[in-house]
Design a binder for this molecule. Structure first.
Ligand code: ZN
Ligand code: ZN
Length: 280
């Protein structure tokens, strides 16, 4: 006896007609949110990797190699591991956040016009700078927070590119992840724009810590926060100054924590950033 089975529609054609219905619940499509999580991490290692490939750059260094070895109290291996741990921590937090806040509509927001994107970029820069200035300064004033959290970042007295995000994971979470989320929400930028913004913020953080002063660096034209400015903050004498990061130096100027400097040629090669104001 032959049984007749109802004829089912080919599942593949159903999926084509209704991709949202058949999207597996536990996987992320290659969304802008996912790119916004991972692209800045790739940018971090690629951009700082370029600085590594450029070599010692003795003619442009802000500290000699010997100083780097004697003043820094952590090895490069420890720094790489520390940054990877912090990035892993951030990925977990962001993916959890996206899982909770994820919309299943599958609608990709259209990009606004270029002037609007530029304005959103600017607003986001101001938000990140403001958030980071006050928290950064507070972490220096509060002895407990400095000792247990922020001193980890300052163990690199002579900063270098891939040490830029060498932070306590809590500092990375509060300053970078929460700061980034606030800048995203307040500026109203789309997740697509955020991929570029977070990547740019990563590049600026590396620029502030790269430890060299390369001639013709266009970013120096637009941003007064740079490797020399932030180098002052990383010196043992400079930790009460130049808290601003990563874009502008406005908060330091407004609140009297700005330490101007001169760039002097060093006889061993390279430059030295020297404070030009008397310090307390
Ligand atoms: Zn600091
Ligand atoms: Zn720093």
């Amino acid at each position: 006896m032959s049984a007749t089975f109802p004829s089912y529609e080919n599942p593949a054609s159903l999926i084509k007609r209704s991709p949202i219905l058949f999207r597996p619940a536990m996987t992320f499509p290659l969304s802008d949110e996912l790119l916004g999580t991972f692209v800045p991490i790739a940018v971090y290692w690629i951009y700082s990797g370029i600085y590594v490939m450029l070599g010692d750059l003795n003619q442009y260094r802000l500290h000699t190699k010997a100083e780097e070895e004697t003043k820094n109290v952590v090895s490069k291996g420890t720094v790489v591991k520390g940054v990877l741990v912090q990035q892993a921590f951030q990925v977990v937090v962001l993916l959890l956040l996206f899982t909770v806040a994820r919309s299943d509509s599958g609608v990709v927001l259209p990009q606004p016009s270029l002037p609007v994107i530029i304005l959103q970029f600017f607003v986001a820069m101001v938000v990140v700078d403001t958030w980071q200035y006050f928290l950064h300064r507070f972490m220096h004033m509060n002895k407990f927070l400095y000792k247990h959290i922020h001193s980890k970042h300052h163990s690199l007295v002579v900063p270098y590119a891939f040490g830029s995000f060498y932070n306590h994971p809590l500092e990375g979470l509060i300053l970078d992840t929460v700061g980034g989320a606030l800048s995203f929400l307040i500026s109203g930028m789309t997740p697509r724009t955020a991929i570029y913004f977070f990547s740019f913020a990563t590049i600026m953080a590396i620029e502030d810590h790269c430890g060299v002063w390369l001639p013709g660096n266009l970013l120096h034209v637009f941003f007064k926060n740079n490797s020399a400015y932030h180098d002052i903050h990383h010196q043992l004498y400079g930790t009460k100054y130049n808290f601003s990061q990563p874009f502008f130096i406005t908060w330091d100027k407004i609140l009297g924590t700005h330490m101007p400097y001169t760039l002097e040629k060093r006889k061993e090669g390279g430059f030295e950033a020297r404070p030009i104001k008397k310090m307390d």
